[in-house]
Ligand binder design. Structure first.
Ligand SMILES: Nc1nc2c(c(=O)[nH]1)N[C@H]1C(S)=C(S)[C@@H](COP(=O)(O)O)O[C@H]1N2
Ligand SMILES: [Mo]
Length: 333
């Protein structure tokens, strides 16, 4: 408990309570009741979690044996201050492992990331099941420094490793009838304690319009900070869609499905009036319960995170705005 408070102050996160989804707190209480953890067990879990957390990921291997180049994709190298690895790996949203920001760090060591396959299917000419080694070799691994803006009002700058998702999509030959791409992520009750409570339908689902999925900035992500992804960051493979709120960037993906209809997505289904399908970062369209005009930039500024003005499309307007020409961004939020 003390550690949680300390961590929140340290990361400048105390204000998070104001904006975190109400359901999270209800669920948190249910979880505590369900778990019925004695103090001893709690402390033991904490201790084991701590010992291994940052270096824990046996999966966090150097990825430098692979050709890793700095991305040439326009907009792929933010010059903002990169967050320390510690911030990016101890302050996470990954509800499959719990709803507190420190839960993924404490719980995600149970995730089994090998073997792992990603099935790419649906409206494609050549459906294919990739294992991780095949994905690592499909295209040169690039480092991209992206801003990540969570719908809750915090942001971080993280150096990711991967390549444009379009490489994977091209490989399976999308049919012209494919209009959307859905991402389905692992839902394994044995290793994911968060599945025990409701609020979201599992598996976690996200989706993009086909042109968004094909945009060069949309990244199939296999690593961060020069190594493979730690479990809490969505190992072994996730997407990063830097101009959209963070929940669009699904973690630990097992299925990529091309469809002709807008897919059901987890947060949109849970609260459609609060979380739109598009969820492009937009300072002028507030969440019904809080302003989106500013954000707390974690990992820059020590104890007290900076507050910055939020930018339209998270600062990627030059690259992505044309995809939304003629659309009413208030209606299609
Ligand atoms: N499978 C899955 N993916 C997810 C989430 C989740 O709960 N489950 N949370 C999302 C949210 S709300 C955010 S802000 C980002 C956080 O990514 P990070 O923890 O690596 O910063 O992951 C997104 N991807
Ligand atoms: Mo988020």
């Amino acid at each position: 408990m003390v550690r949680k408070v300390v961590q929140e102050v340290w990361s400048g996160a105390a204000a998070e309570r104001e904006v975190t989804a109400e359901s999270a707190y209800i669920q948190r209480r249910q979880w505590l009741q369900l778990a019925g953890l004695g103090v001893g067990a709690g402390v033991a879990a904490l201790a084991s979690g701590r010992a291994s957390a940052l270096t824990r990921s046996p999966q966090a291997m150097p990825i430098s044996n692979l050709p890793s180049v700095s991305s040439a994709v326009a907009g792929a190298r933010a010059t903002d201050k990169v967050a320390p690895l510690k911030d990016a790996t101890t302050y996470n949203n990954f509800y499959e492992f719990g709803t507190d920001k420190s839960d993924p760090y404490e719980n995600a060591h149970t995730l089994i990331t090998s073997p792992w396959t990603v099935r790419v299917e649906g409206l494609v000419g050549k459906p294919r099941t990739f294992d991780i080694d095949q994905l690592l070799k499909l295209a040169p691994i690039e480092e991209r420094i992206y801003r990540l803006r969570c719908v809750e009002g915090w942001s971080m700058v993280i150096p990711w490793l991967g390549y444009s998702l379009s490489k994977v999509l091209a490989d399976v030959q999308p049919l012209s009838s494919a209009k959307y791409v859905q991402f389905l992520t692992l839902a394994d009750a044995k290793t994911m304690p968060g599945l025990r409570y409701g609020g979201l339908d599992w598996p976690y689902s996200e989706g993009l319009r086909m042109d968004e999925a094909m945009h060069p900035l949309t990244m199939l992500t296999v690593g961060m900070y020069g190594k493979t992804l730690p479990n809490q960051s969505g190992a072994p493979v996730r997407v990063m869609v830097p101009w959209k709120y963070g929940f669009k960037s699904a973690k630990s993906i097992v299925t990529i499905r091309l469809t002709d209809k807008q897919p059901k997505t987890a947060w949109h289904e849970a609260a459609p009036q609060e979380y739109g399908f598009y969820s492009n970062v937009n300072p002028d369209v507030n969440h019904p319960r809080w302003s989106q005009a500013t954000e707390r930039r974690l990992g820059d500024g020590g104890l007290f995170a900076k507050r910055l003005d939020t930018k339209l499309f998270n600062g990627y307007a030059e690259q992505v705005a044309q995809m939304y020409a003629g659309m009413d961004l208030r209606r299609n939020f």
